[in-house]
Write a protein that binds this ligand. Structure first.
Ligand code: T4K
Length: 408
């Protein structure tokens, strides 16, 4: 493994990169490969590929049991699941949500003709700040879509109180939070419903996929109808619907991965502990800790670069990219600065100071079962050298040759 003891050892200064192949944030975890292939053969023999197939049903039952929730409604991805949930909850007008999230959270609302109104975050947790949510309520507000960012539970008690006071629906984007807990209860049980992503890059994946978890029988039934064009029988369409079905191949992957979730967590936790140890020694760069009193999947390794650090966040990202470690600037620049929303709310930034600050400081580092040995030490060594000013400054870091986010 490459040793970086001096600025001249940095690839950004001309040395050979630490890794020949890119080290990604979001390399998929693949669990029981033989179990997946066996199920695919079974699926082909059965000639049942989609439409509420036996693997989808089994996956739904197992996830509902694991998360201790009555209903799991599997879908093709979390973005469409969020849209269906918003529609099933009867939302309209404005829904309050964070800007500091993956853009799918805002897009899902806007796609449904609902205006996402962005509230600021707590800079300590990166989750919605309830006081900021209160400030954004108007007569048009019908709901709150909070996010359990990085798998850390959003402040449900305070949000529920606000929702009750104002007659608002509360639901959660739990895309990052599979197998996590909040105050000792599994995420999946909060609000009217919670939406999980099982995208390839997520800690638990079904190739592409997602699900809505809810304890509300009627809501679950409505969403089951909505995901399959509103069909209640062969010729009986009882409501407006779309095609949001999970296919059997995805469910087969989910079943194969579900058996290995505990080992994924163990691996993520080991890596997280290595990162924690390494970053404890670096001034100006801090790891966002997981709450050890909760159940965590340890997937997102989030570090924040302080103003007093000797280098900017983007300098550090550029130096890591030069080593072929493709660290990410999630969720820069914030949804409100992306074009569809920038045009909608040109002055939104005035009310989102914490969002702006956090979005300028965060780096997300690789984790997961494919993490090469020694990568944490290399990352720490790169950050140490760059933080001491031993790098060539660059204006615009690139991710796989394309710019992330926008300039807005
Ligand atoms: N809400 C929140 C809070 C979310 O974070 C997300 C998704 C959603 C809702 C919507 O969920 P879905 O509709 O996707 O189910 C990635 C994921 O595509 C996205 O699912 C995820 N959040 C987001 C945080 O990250 P990108 O555009 O940053 O990365 P992407 O998909 O290009 O993948 C990142 C890297 O991972 C690639 O450069 C290479 C590697 N990779 C990727 C795939 C797909 C692999 O090695 N193998 C693969 O198969 O969005």
């Amino acid at each position: 493994m490459k040793k970086i003891r001096h600025p001249r050892d940095l690839a950004i200064n001309g040395a050979a990169p630490a890794f020949e192949q890119p080290v990604h944030v979001g390399r998929p975890n693949i669990g029981d490969e033989c179990g997946f292939v066996r199920r695919i053969r079974e699926m082909l023999d059965r000639r049942w590929l989609s439409n509420d197939g036996p693997f989808v049903r089994e996956l739904e039952q197992r996830i509902a049991a694991r998360l201790e929730v009555r209903h799991c409604v599997a879908m093709c991805n979390a973005t469409v699941a969020l849209q269906i949930a918003a529609r099933a909850l009867g939302l309209s007008g404005e829904v309050i949500t964070p800007s500091y999230t993956f853009v799918a959270t805002a897009h899902a609302l806007y796609w449904q003709g609902i205006t996402p109104v962005f509230a600021d975050i707590d800079p300590g947790t990166h989750n919605l700040d309830p006081a900021a949510v209160r400030r954004m309520i108007t007569p048009k507000t019908t709901g709150i879509l909070a996010v359990h960012l990085w798998g850390r539970g959003a402040p449900d008690d305070a949000l529920r109180q606000i929702a009750e006071e104002h007659g608002l629906k509360l639901f959660y984007d739990a895309a990052h939070a599979f197998d996590c807990s909040l105050r000792g209860r599994r995420i999946g049980q909060f609000g009217s419903c919670e939406i999980f992503s099982f995208h390839a890059t997520k800690f638990f994946n079904t190739l592409e996929g997602g699900a809505v978890l809810t304890n509300d029988d009627d809501l679950a039934e409505t969403m089951r109808l909505m995901r399959n064009f509103g069909f209640a029988g062969y010729d009986d369409v009882v409501r407006l619907g779309t095609n949001a079905k999970m296919v059997e191949a995805s469910a087969a992957m989910g079943l194969a991965n579900l058996e290995c979730v505990d080992s994924f967590i163990e691996c993520n936790r080991r890596n997280y502990e290595k990162y924690r140890e390494a970053f404890a020694q670096i001034d100006g760069v801090a790891l966002l800790p997981f709450d050890e009193s909760e159940r965590n999947n340890f997937q997102y390794i989030v570090v924040e670069v302080a103003e007093q650090c000797g280098a900017s966040r983007d300098d550090i990202v550029a130096a890591l990219h030069a080593e072929n470690i493709l660290a990410r600037r999630y969720f820069w620049p914030g949804c409100h600065r992306m074009r569809p929303y920038r045009d909608l709310f040109p002055r939104a930034g005035l009310l989102l100071p914490n969002t702006a600050r956090v979005a300028e400081r965060v780096i997300v580092l690789p984790n997961g079962t494919t993490l090469p040995d020694g990568v944490v030490d290399v990352i720490a060594d790169v950050v140490i050298q760059v933080a001491r000013g031993g790098h060539i400054r660059v204006e615009t870091p690139l991710t796989n040759g394309r710019r992330e986010g926008t300039d807005g």
